[in-house]
Design a protein around this ligand. Structure first.
Ligand code: FAD
Length: 439
């Protein structure tokens, strides 16, 4: 490979804080707010001009994992900062009623615009120093500790200096740069480019279109002789009349999933996603009741990435932990979502046992080999199967709140990851409204 040598340079310090959070998705929002409310100075770094992560940039538009089927009763199990997000969304008129997921649990859809505004208000209200339009590109280490991250901005490169760092990048960018061990599966969950449709006939789509969708996808495949990207395609009404979202594309490169940490895959995936959307929308209009007069309202600003790097932390959550509804003495919150695997052409579901949720151990947030790094969200420590459940928004809020609270305790009380008292952390989380999964 050819290369050019860059001259060494002095980089200005753009910001400095006790806690630095990379990434403003659900885990990063909760981490920054929790750390700031705990009294630490906090910088939140986000590459886009808005917060929400996949929930806004990839137009996920639905919160999963907040609810669980607890012995037959579907109820909300993730609380704390997640409660405030839902309340604020509701007050902006941007929250839908919960909808059933295969009659087994519930999810709740929201408006992307309202979510962006709610996230702004929450982080501003907590006093977080928010650096939007700042793309993190590297790290400075002092021994085994991170001392700064480097960001590229419209005004050039800058350093953000901190005491404790939380990686909420979804891709474990910071953990990987800092040398923490991580895994990346050879069979990554397939990504999806999401889109929304306007002018859908709600009544007809709900009564006939949605229930028949899979059969119609199969008919389309038979009659066109061309496979559709995904037989398991999902279409759902949004908070407002005549507006639906579609989770229907699946972006492959040859016989593997597009990898969200590879530039070449990402540039290919965006264009391929839009091709698939045109085809799927054409199919909806021709065949699916309720969609004949629909139009393409919006395509997500970026390809939705479900899985890339996962750190190998102090504990690695497994699919079996999820299915067995396992408890952990260092629980910092719970997750009620099943194992949802996006495999070639399909989505495979495995449902947890009767209690419906498992506890999330604090050790899943603790990176190894780096002394001042916590990791929350979809890149926390889990196996491929464990991550297929732990990655959704509900547990990401719970992990973020715990990581932020822990980081502030470490920074303010001069603790280390080893000397942090997890019992005190748990007490603080309970005081702040989190549910840790005790009976
Ligand atoms: C297509 C799709 C559909 C999904 N459907 C649902 C659903 O219905 N319900 C649900 O709850 N979950 C769903 N999920 C999963 C869920 O949205 C994500 O897993 C969740 O958002 C992960 O949260 P996170 O905070 O870990 O990371 P992310 O949401 O990925 O946020 C990471 C943030 O970090 C920023 N960032 C990353 N790298 C850098 C960098 N180097 N510098 C600066 N900023 C950076 C990103 O811009 C982003 O804002 C879906 C995911 C996909 C892809």
């Amino acid at each position: 490979m050819s290369f050019v040598l860059e001259p060494s340079r002095k980089t200005n310090v753009l910001a400095r804080a006790q806690v630095v959070v990379l990434g403003g998705g659900p885990s990063g929002i909760a981490a920054a707010v929790a750390a700031a409310r705990s009294g630490a100075s906090v910088v939140l770094v986000e590459r886009y001009g808005f917060l929400g992560g996949m929930g806004t940039a990839a137009m996920v538009t639905s919160f999963c994992g907040l609810h669980a089927n607890v012995h037959g009763e579907i109820r909300r199990v993730v609380h704390g900062i997640a409660d405030e997000i839902l309340e604020r969304l509701e007050s902006l008129g941007g929250l839908n009623k919960t909808h059933s997921v295969f009659g087994r649990t519930a999810a709740q859809s929201y408006d992307v615009g309202a979510y962006k505004c709610v996230a702004d208000d929450l982080v501003a209200g907590a006093g977080v120093d928010l650096h939007l339009h700042a793309f993190a590109v590297g790290v400075r280490m002092e021994g085994r500790a991170i001392s700064a991250i480097f960001v590229e901005t419209k005004s050039g490169r800058g350093a953000i200096v901190g005491d404790v760092f939380i990686d909420c990048s979804g891709d474990a960018d910071l953990a990987a740069w800092a040398g923490a061990p991580f895994e990346k599966s050879d069979a990554l969950a397939y990504p999806t480019l999401m889109f929304r449709l306007g002018n859908v006939d709600d009544a007809l789509a709900l009564a006939e279109g949605k229930p028949k969708l899979r059969a119609l996808v199969e008919q389309e495949e038979r009659e066109s002789g061309e496979p559709m990207p995904r037989r398991a395609a999902y279409i759902n009404p949004q908070a407002h009349a005549r507006e639906w979202r579609a989770n229907a594309t699946q972006i492959a490169r040859g016989d593997r999933a597009v990898d969200g940490t590879l530039h070449d895959d990402l540039r290919f995936g965006e264009v391929e996603g839009r091709k698939q959307i045109r085809r799927f929308h054409d199919f909806l209009r021709r065949r699916v009741p309720g969609f004949a007069e629909s139009y393409l309202l919006e395509i997500a600003p970026q390809l939705g990435i479900r899985e890339t790097r996962r750190i190998v932390g102090a504990y690695v959550l497994t699919g079996d932990d999820v299915l067995a509804c396992r408890d952990f003495s260092d629980s910092i919150g719970v997750n009620g979502w099943p194992v949802e695997q996006h495999v070639r052409g399909e989505v495979d579901w495995q449902w947890p046992g009767a209690r419906g949720y498992h506890q999330i151990p604090f050790r899943c947030l603790v990176a190894r080999d780096v002394t001042n790094l916590l990791v929350a969200g979809r890149c926390a420590s889990a196996t491929h199967e464990g991550q297929a459940s732990l990655r959704v928004s509900g547990p990401c809020f719970a992990m973020g709140q715990a990581a932020g609270t822990a980081a502030a305790m470490i920074a303010l009380e001069k603790k280390t990851l080893e000397t942090l008292d997890v019992t005190t952390l748990q007490d603080r989380l309970r005081t702040d409204g989190a549910f840790l999964g005790e009976p």
